[in-house]
Each structure stands twice: as C-alpha cells, then as structure tokens.
Design a protein around this ligand. Structure first.
Ligand code: ADP
Ligand code: ZN
Length: 730
C-alpha cells in the first residue's frame, strides 16, 4: 500500500455520499488512516460512510473538527478509482457525492462481518448408522476437512436437514460459524476452451496480444449474431485471468445472464461473480468486498458493475455495445460504454466492444484510428444468415384492426407444419396504445403527463408508459359519459398474441414482454422454456432482440418495420437498422436456415433497403456522411438541458432567459436551441422545457455549460438536468 498515510489527529478531507458536494474536514482516528480509506464519520447526529479524499482544508475552527469514528474493514479506494470518479463526474457534470453513491451501492459495508453456519466432519462415529447418515458422512469425507453449508450438504447428499442436525448432536459433524463474505471460487483459464475456427482464432489472437501488452486499448469485435464473438472474447478473459488481473463482462439485460453464466462455467469450471439488480443484498455486499480485495476474478453484470472497486482491472467486455440500456437515464446520466473506455484508460486495461450492429460512435472511432477492429464474417457451423425480404403492406389485403398480412400468415403456417418456431416482432408493450371513445372521439390520457394511457389487458389496467401511473379499465367515457363505447386502437404485443391465437388456433402462442413478469427469475424461466421449444409462435417486444438463443426459430416477421423510422430522434435510422438486424439474427441460429420478413408501407426507404441489402458498410458510410454534414454526434457534441417545474410560466421564463444569456456558450462557438416544450411536455405533473446545446467536437463543452448555468438560480421547485451526449430526446 503506497497510498499517502495520515497520522492520528492529522486533518483529512472526507468525501461522503450525502448531498454535500465537497469534502468535509475530520481528524484522522487513532491508529491513523490511509488516503482512500472507507471510513465512518459523524455528520450532525448521524454516522455516515465516507472516503478519505485528501488532506483537510483547514478553513474551519480546528477545535470544532470531529474525529473519524472508525476505518472500515474493506479495501481502500485505489488512486485509479478516485481518478475515474473525478473524471466521470467532470464529464457528466455530476456532483461527487452522487458519483460516490454509485460506487458504494452495497448495503452494510460498515457492518461487522456477517456469519453463517457451516458443517465439517467431526471426530465421533455415530452410535447407530443409517443410510442417510452414511450419505452425509461419505460426502464430507470425500472432501476431507472442507466445511459446507447445510443447504450444500442436503442438496449433494440427498438427505433432509434433520439428518445433519442429528449428526451434530452425536458429535459426528461439527457446526461452526464462518464469515458469509467468502472469496469466489477460482476460475481455470484452461478448463474448457473450444477449438476455434481460423477466423475466430485470428480475432482471439489480436485480443490476447492486446491483453498481454498490459496497456490500454479498445477493440471493436464485430460479427454477425452466432459468429462466435462470445467464444472469442472469453479467450481474452482467459488471458486476463492468466495474468492475475480482473475481468468484467457487461451485459445489457439481466435476462441474458443465466445463459451466459452457464457458458462461463463450461469455459472456466465455475461460475463468476454476478452484479445486477436481481442479486440479493448479501450477495451484493460479498461481491463488492471481494472485488475490492481481489478475491473475485471475473464479474458479470449490468452497467453499474463498472463502478465496483476493482483492485486490478485488466479487461472489460461490453457485450451488445450498441444497446441503449447502457445509457442510464435517471440519477447520474452516464453511458456505461463510454465510461468503460475512460476507466480502462486509467487502469491500463483493455476494452472489447462486441456487437453485430455497432453504434455509429464506435464505428467512427474505428474509422478515426482510435479503436482496433476485429471482424468475424460468418456464422459458426452450418448456421447461415436469414434470407430477408419486405412485405409491401400497400398491396396486402388486410382488414382494419388486423396486422398479420396474408403473406406472413402463410409463412407462419408452413413453419407450424414443420414443427419450427416463428417470431412476430412488435416493439410495443401492452394491448393497445390508444383507447378512444367511439361516441365523442376522446382519447384516454394520463392525468399527469401528455401521453395516452396504454391498455394492458394482462394487468387489467390502463398504464402511462411515461410515469407508470395506472388506472382501472373504464367502461364509461370520462368525457361524454357514453357507456361501452371505448375501443382499443392500434396494436400492442398482447393484442398481437390474440390475433395470432385466432389465426393459428392449434399453435402454442407465447408473449415475451418485460411487463408480464413479476420477477427476473420468472422471465428467465419463460425464455428458457421457449428456447426448449415449448412455444410455436412467439410474440415479442424488443426483449427478444437481445441475444437469446432460440434454436428452433426459423422465421421472424417484423409487424411494423416503419415504427422506428418515425420519431425526430437523430438516431432513428441507426436504431431501426440495428433492431431489425438483431431481430433477423434470431432466426436460424442452429443448423436450420432462417428467414426474416419486414412488413412495411415504405419498402423503398433507405434504411429498409440497407437492411434487406445487407450492405452494412454502405449504410454506415451514408449515415456518417449525414451526421458529419449536420455537425451532430459522433461528429459534433451535444448536451440536453431539461428544465422542469409545476409552474409552466416559471419554467418557460427561465428557459428563455437561459437562451438569451448564452455568452459563455458563444465563447466556445456553441449554439443553444430552444427553449421548446420537451417532446413529452409534462411528466408526473411537471412541465418540461428543453434546450439543446450543440458544439464542435473539440470544444470544451462541460466548462462552458458550468459557466453558463452558474448564472441562474434554480430555487423553489425549478429543476435542471443536464444530459451530456443525450441518447433519447425527451
Ligand atoms: P455470438 O456471441 O457472436 O452471437 P456465440 O459465441 O454465442 O456467437 O456462438 C454461437 C454458437 O456457436 C454458440 O452456441 C457457441 O457455443 C457456438 N460456437 C461458436 N464458435 C464455436 C467453436 N469454435 N466451437 C464450437 N462451438 C462454437
Ligand atoms: Zn403519466
């Protein structure tokens, strides 16, 4: 430990996660403390968690400065981690206390180690031997002196808990207490590697050499779905483990982790540490501590795993790097992909960005020579890319209120005959997006937002997709009071499922939509049952685009390929392109050829043509040229500013004033657009106004934003949120 040391009584600055955006002075405790130590300090009447951030400022009456209460028994924050938090805070314009909260999201870090009961072979033979008793003793003998939990013994020996408890009474088994936060089992980098194809081996070699270099670098690993990207980057993970450094794999969706953990176990002999919202609180704390002390080698997790206290991070893989869920949209507004690159550069670590459909940002970084690119051109084994075509909806004979064209219907029927699976893809949750009164034309809206209420038949409620507010389904129109005149308009997945069941009465129809499950576990199980073939027709939202492996799936029908092309989002074309290709990639992953069809009213739209033509490079070049000409990301920089208040006039006045007093922005050549009502002008009763700041790529945007916003007061209920590199324009 070569971190600076403070002796007892020295003045130190402590950063806490409390809403105070500066360090507070304390005296170092008895025995002193290191820079970076996690400590407990008094704050008013409370005890709070903090980190020793540097020397104290000393601008406070020394007699009144209180002492640090104690140093916690966890690994101190490394210099790299502190640098990372400082840089990430500067980039996203986030106060350090909020950054620190993100970095300490494990409960009970200050608590004494929690203990649990374990059992080990004792000295005495039982007075009477039974089959069940023998099983337990044999199991424990097999493992020599190792201690197990009751559950482990019961599961392995196939006996009830009372058998073990009985043996404890007889002295044949000893009961002991052991700390709950134990190291993760050791992964073996040479346990079960697959034999790679030439293409894969070539890619793996580049990643392995990069890891060996012990320096920072980023590689874009691009390959069609099923080309073996996972196999290839697991080789980089193996190399990282051989060097004794830690590896992190980020996945966009926790529903994907179950399948992935099994692959890790097959490859390295045991499971890695997990970090996401589905992990229990005790397990989270174990993970956080073990990562900090180097007793977890590989962590698989969601975006917030990037803020774990790694002691020697050597590699981060961002799988499905284009996925929008890497951008956190509330609290600290950060993009985990971009922050990964930042953290790796401070840790001399390698980054692998894996995707079948990279973001334009990453594509442009390769073009600019900042990232290396590795391409896997073909699918592994016999699997071939699906054949893709459009169904021109202008010439299909389809009655109103129906969405499966006769052409698509015939295709599904032919799969049913062969016992293969079909997927009907519609990126819209619920039953119907709009409920309208056939008597007066009134649309049911949310009371608090400018949005229509979406009917969810499964939940038997109307729901606002902005604020989550629900109301019971209505029979009386709230506007004209006509009875039984309310009708659903437009399709959601639940309604599609109804149509599919009517069209294919003998088929087993399954709906895959995130809101139909009350736990991550239930969702996981449903996905696994579909993968085993327990459904013939799958009706799904975006959830199915995220890399699940359905071996029997041979047909993908995209119900409304035009849906994503509408919005005013600068990434609409890119998103549609990625989504359509990902969904098409679901078909024919095993040894049967797949087919994908897109129902569209504009088959000649450039994005639709690019998807069908499969000419990705042409799509990226064209899209890049357009963005460059417009000076928008990734060729320019943007920041979104959302002002909100319960008072519409206040918020517009402030917005107008901000747009007028733009001197600090003009100094760096940046422009302000707006104020305009945000695309969703009201959320939870708060009126929202949006300003957009555009600057050149090299302009010091954050500094200018700070100087600009410092001119204004945000009193009362007026709030401001700054979103650097906004992904969504709401
Ligand atoms: P991607 O991550 O690009 O979608 P995967 O790594 O998941 O691709 O590979 C797709 C499937 O092919 C997986 O079931 C994987 O185990 C298998 N596979 C890929 N490469 C090999 C290989 N060299 N040997 C055996 N199986 C492979
Ligand atoms: Zn609402």
């Amino acid at each position: 430990m070569d971190q600076k040391f403070f002796h007892e009584g020295d003045l130190v600055g402590v950063q806490t996660a409390q809403p105070i955006n500066r360090t507070l002075d304390y005296k170092a405790p008895e025995g002193g403390c290191h820079m970076g130590a996690f400590v407990e300090v008094p704050l008013g009447p409370r005890k709070v968690l903090g980190v020793v951030w540097g020397a104290g400022k000393g601008n406070f009456d020394i007699k009144k400065v209180r002492s640090i209460m104690r140093v916690l028994n966890v690994a101190p924050m490394t210099d790299e981690m502190r640098q990372f938090l400082i840089k990430a805070a500067d980039y996203t314009l986030t106060p350090m206390n909020a950054m620190l909260r993100l970095a300490t999201r494990a409960p009970g870090l200050g608590d004494a180690p929690s203990m649990r009961k374990v059992y080990r072979l004792g000295m005495d033979e039982p007075t009477r031997m039974t089959d069940a008793r023998a099983k337990v003793l044999d199991f424990l003998r097999d493992y020599g002196g190792v201690a197990f939990t009751l559950k482990e013994i019961v599961d392995s020996a196939g006996v009830t808990t009372s058998v073990v408890k009985g043996l404890v009474k007889l002295g044949s088994v000893n009961e002991e207490k052991a700390p709950r936060d134990i190291p993760y089992p050791c992964l073996d980098p040479d346990h079960g590697g697959k034999k790679l194809t030439d293409d894969q081996a070539f890619g793996a070699k580049i990643l392995i050499d990069a890891v060996r270099s012990g320096t920072y670098g980023t590689t874009l690993l691009k390959g069609v779905t099923g080309s073996g990207k996972t196999e290839v980057y697991l080789e980089a993970v193996a190399e990282c483990l051989r060097h004794g450094r830690q590896a992190l794999v980020l996945l966009p969706e926790i529903a994907l982790t179950a399948e992935f953990l099994m692959r890790v176990e097959a490859r390295f002999g045991c499971k890695p540490a997990e970090w996401h919202s589905g992990v229990s609180m005790t397990e989270r704390r174990r993970c956080w501590r073990m990562v900090g002390q180097g007793d977890a080698q590989l962590i698989v997790g969601a975006r917030s795993a990037l803020f774990l206290p790694f002691c020697d991070l050597g590699l981060v893989v961002v799988d499905e790097e284009h996925d929008t869920s890497y951008k956190q949209e509330d609290g600290v507004l950060y993009n985990a992909r971009d922050m990964t690159v930042l953290r790796a550069s401070l840790n001399a670590a390698q980054v692998v960005l894996a995707s079948a459909t990279p973001s334009l940002e990453s594509w442009a970084n390769v073009e600019a020579g900042k990232y290396v690119r590795v391409t896997l051109a073909s699918r592994y084994g016999a699997a071939v890319l699906p054949k893709m075509s459009a169904i021109d909806m202008r010439i299909e004979d389809l009655p109103g209120g129906r969405w499966v064209s006769p052409t698509l219907r015939k295709m599904v029927e032919s799969r049913l005959e062969k016992g293969e699976q079909s997927l009907l893809f519609l990126n819209r949750r619920g039953y119907a997006p709009v409920t309208v009164c056939r008597a007066c034309g009134h649309q049911i809206g949310c009371d608090d937002c400018d949005a229509t209420m979406v009917e969810h038949r499964f939940l038997k409620r109307l729901m606002c997709h902005q604020c989550g507010e629900t109301k019971p389904m209505l029979t009386v129109c709230p506007s004209c009071e006509a009875v039984d005149k309310l009708a659903p308009v437009g399709p959601g997945v639940e309604r599609m499922a109804e149509e599919a069941q009517a069209l294919f009465p003998d088929a087993r129809v399954a709906v895959l939509s995130s809101d139909l499950y009350n736990s991550a576990q239930a969702l996981k199980e449903h996905i696994q049952s579909i993968a085993r073939g327990e459904a013939d027709v799958i009706v799904g939202t975006q959830l199915v685009a995220k890399g699940h492996n359905f071996p029997k799936l041979t047909l993908v029908g995209v119900i409304d390929a035009d849906l994503g092309l509408k919005g005013s989002d600068l990434r609409a074309a890119e998103r549609t392109f990625q989504l359509m290709r990902q969904v098409a990639g679901r078909a024919g992953r095993a040894d049967i050829a797949g087919e994908a069809v897109l129902q569209t009213f504009q088959p000649e739209h450039p994005v639709i043509c690019a998807i069908l033509g499969g000419d990705e490079e042409a799509f990226w070049s064209a899209e890049a040229a357009e963005r460059r000409a417009a000076g928008v990301p990734p060729y320019g920089r943007m920041a979104g500013i959302v002002l909100s208040s319960f008072n519409m006039q206040d918020v517009f006045e402030l917005g107008t004033k901000m747009a007028r007093m733009d001197e600090p922005l003009r100094k760096i050549g940046a422009q302000v657009y707006g104020p305009a009502p945000a695309p969703i002008a009201r959320i939870r009763g708060r009126h929202r106004v949006r300003l957009l700041v555009k600057a050149e790529k090299s302009a010091p945007l954050q500094q200018a934003l700070l100087a600009w916003t410092a001119q204004f007061k945000f009193g009362g209920d007026l709030r401001m949120a700054i979103d650097i590199d906004p992904q969504n324009f709401y």
